[in-house]
Design a binder for this molecule. Structure first.
Ligand code: MYP
Length: 214
């Protein structure tokens, strides 16, 4: 695998979004992953609808939280996902307004990645941005640089947030994950969180997954 890689350099990542006062981080993690998978398949970068998942994914709990694995299954069952423009984000649960005719992208299945960070990096460089989950405690106090929280402040067994791994690399010899967050562009470094890579920090390695588009 390459020493360093970032899908933002290859046009596979949409602009940073803002989930607002809704616990829909899981939906943003999944749309970010599918945007990347669709880009790999079609060469087209679309911004996909989180609101469709909030309203129509009955396996998850809308603003009360969700699991990427459930969301992939829901999108397969629905038949696909609409664009952000066609099914725009409001940040609260509404009646499902999904229409098959407006499907812009679809997925065929999904995969759970191994928990080894070297294998996750190799998979990412080859296949696209990866949906991940982590303990977000340290993220809430992050401003800039490569975050390296003490394990006691970032228990890998207390995962409560879902994000998107868009790349990895090193800053002054410090290995990091580039993490697209969904708390707006004012968060962290232009909306991104950089987390030390290689010590399984905050459980970042435990729930990596991706949709598969055949
Ligand atoms: C209220 C939900 C907040 C939301 C988004 C986070 S957030 O709002 O961005 C944030 C997180 C941390 C600090 C500050 C802000 N979190 C989630 O959606 C998290 C994301 C997650 C957690 C663990 C593994 C994978 C993904 N998921 C959840 O909170 N879940 C809700 C409970 C659900 N249970 C499934 C089994 O049946 C009972 C319900 C599982 C998903």
């Amino acid at each position: 695998a390459p020493e360093t890689w970032d899908w933002r350099d290859h046009g596979a990542v949409s602009p940073v979004k803002n989930q607002g006062m809704c616990g829909s981080c899981w939906a943003f993690s999944v749309t970010g992953n599918i945007e990347g998978q669709w880009f790999k398949k079609s060469g087209q970068l679309l911004s996909l609808s989180e609101q469709e998942l909030v309203d129509c994914d009955k396996l998850d709990q809308a603003c009360g939280g969700g699991l990427p694995s459930n969301a992939y299954e829901a999108i397969e069952k629905l038949g696909g996902i609409e664009t952000e423009t066609d099914y725009s984000y409001t940040g609260h649960k509404q009646n499902c307004d999904f229409s098959t005719g407006k499907v812009a992208a679809y997925i065929n299945s999904s995969v759970e990645l191994p928990s080894d960070e070297k294998e996750i990096a190799a998979w990412l460089a080859e296949n696209g941005p990866v949906s991940a989950a982590l303990n977000a405690f340290a993220m809430q106090f992050y401003r800039k640089g490569v975050s390296h929280p003490l394990k006691i402040f970032c228990n890998p067994w207390m995962i409560d947030h879902a994000v998107l791994l868009t790349g990895y690399g090193e800053r002054n010899g410090i290995p990091y994950w580039a993490i697209k967050n969904s708390w707006g562009e004012d968060y962290g470094e232009q909306g991104y969180y950089y987390l030390y890579r290689g010590s399984r920090l905050c459980g970042i390695n435990k729930m990596c997954s991706s949709a598969i588009v055949n």
